[in-house]
Design a protein around this ligand. Structure first.
Ligand code: PEP
Ligand code: MN
Length: 348
């Protein structure tokens, strides 16, 4: 960390900065230039993260050298991480093909959709049992009954499952059913929830908040990692913009940006990013071409009857056509789509 002093900083102020740094157990190295004086801090920067050094009179700026997301950073961990979800690998050359309806709506429907996406090449099944809705009057999900249906359907079709947990008080319940937790965009900075899933050893799919920066996303991942859970997969699902042509703005550059900063796998969700079935294939392919470690896509066999996100769902045959294209692109890029192992499902 470098502490840059204001041009007119007095000797007393400089001495005070040095005292403060040393009182925190670090060494200070003073460097007086013609125009600027700076203090280099030597030692574990983490000690200083909670100290508001900018508040000291005479200090102009505090410039960190190491990223604040220590565990998520690829400086600490240069090799890409591979996250395993009940035997399905994500990252480090393995692509996740997560597919399923927005919400679990019933056993029969779930079975039909799961069969179709499995046949098309999906390796993980998604479905929400607890739905984060903008309106409290909108469909909220089937709750535990939905978790049971998703679990049974996943087991039947040999697909590990991913489902959203919205409430720290429900982590234990969702844990019993799922193979991977999903933290939705609206909860990306629900720090109690992040801490709670961080204390489990189950993989977490962490979606980027719609108004979150990439640094915010990585700091949220850090909450999970710092609790000891190293199985975190990031997800770019679109951010707010002024343009309403699409539901959100698909930030495809977030993929290589994250890759440049972090070892964690990152997948894309073109369903929520665009909200338009016609835009899902091009954006899914763009995401994979940009280096994404997988795609997360909503599929429904009767979108007009869907209880949530029907307008953005792909029909099973549309998903199958896209999955074919993703497989071809994966082969071109030398990536593998991990096949779920027979019956290696959640430890309940
Ligand atoms: C979802 O996956 O259905 C969902 C609600 O996603 P997001 O949190 O990205 O809006
Ligand atoms: Mn949805």
């Amino acid at each position: 960390m470098i502490i840059v002093l204001k041009p007119g900083a007095t000797d007393d102020q400089i001495a005070h900065v040095i005292d403060r740094v040393e009182s925190l157990g670090l060494r200070a190295h003073l460097s007086r230039g013609t125009y600027r004086t700076i203090v280099g801090v030597i030692g574990d920067e983490a000690q200083l993260q909670a100290a508001p050094l900018e508040a000291i009179p005479g200090v102009a700026q505090v410039v960190p050298i190491l990223p604040p997301f220590k565990l998520a950073s690829n400086e600490a961990h240069p090799e890409p991480s591979v996250v395993e979800v009940a035997g399905v690998k994500i990252g480090g050359g393995y692509l996740a093909m997560i597919a399923g309806p927005c919400a679990v709506e019933g056993a029969e429907r779930m079975d039909a959709i799961a069969g179709a996406v499995k046949k098309a090449g999906a390796n993980l099944l998604r479905g929400g049992a607890f739905k984060p809705r903008t309106s409290p009057y909108a469909y909220q999900g089937m709750g535990e009954e939905g978790l049971k249906i998703l679990r049974e359907t996943g087991d039947k079709h040999g697909l590990p499952i991913v489902t959203e947990v919205m409430d720290p008080r429900r982590v234990e319940l969702v844990y019993r059913y799922t193979d991977m937790f999903q933290i939705g965009a609206r909860n990306m900075q629900n720090f109690n929830l992040l801490t709670e899933v961080g204390q489990t050893r189950k993989p977490v799919l962490l979606k980027r908040g719609m108004s979150a920066t990439i640094k915010d996303l990585l700091m949220s991942a850090e909450y999970i990692l710092s609790e000891g859970n190293s199985s975190v997969v990031l997800c770019e699902r679109g951010i707010k913009s002024f343009d309403n042509s699409t539901r959100n703005l698909f930030d495809v550059a977030a993929v290589p940006v994250c890759k440049g900063l972090s070892h964690l796998p990152i997948i894309v969700d073109p369903s929520h990013a665009t909200g338009r079935p016609d835009l899902i294939p091009p954006c899914a392919l763009a995401g994979v071409a940009a280096g994404a470690d997988g795609v997360h896509i909503e599929v429904h066999n009767c979108p007009e009857e869907a209880l949530s996100d029907g307008p953005q769902a792909l029909l099973p045959h549309q998903y199958a056509a896209l999955a074919d294209q993703i497989q071809s692109l994966a082969a071109l890029l030398g990536k593998t789509i991990s096949v779920p192992p027979e019956r290696k499902l959640a430890a309940r």
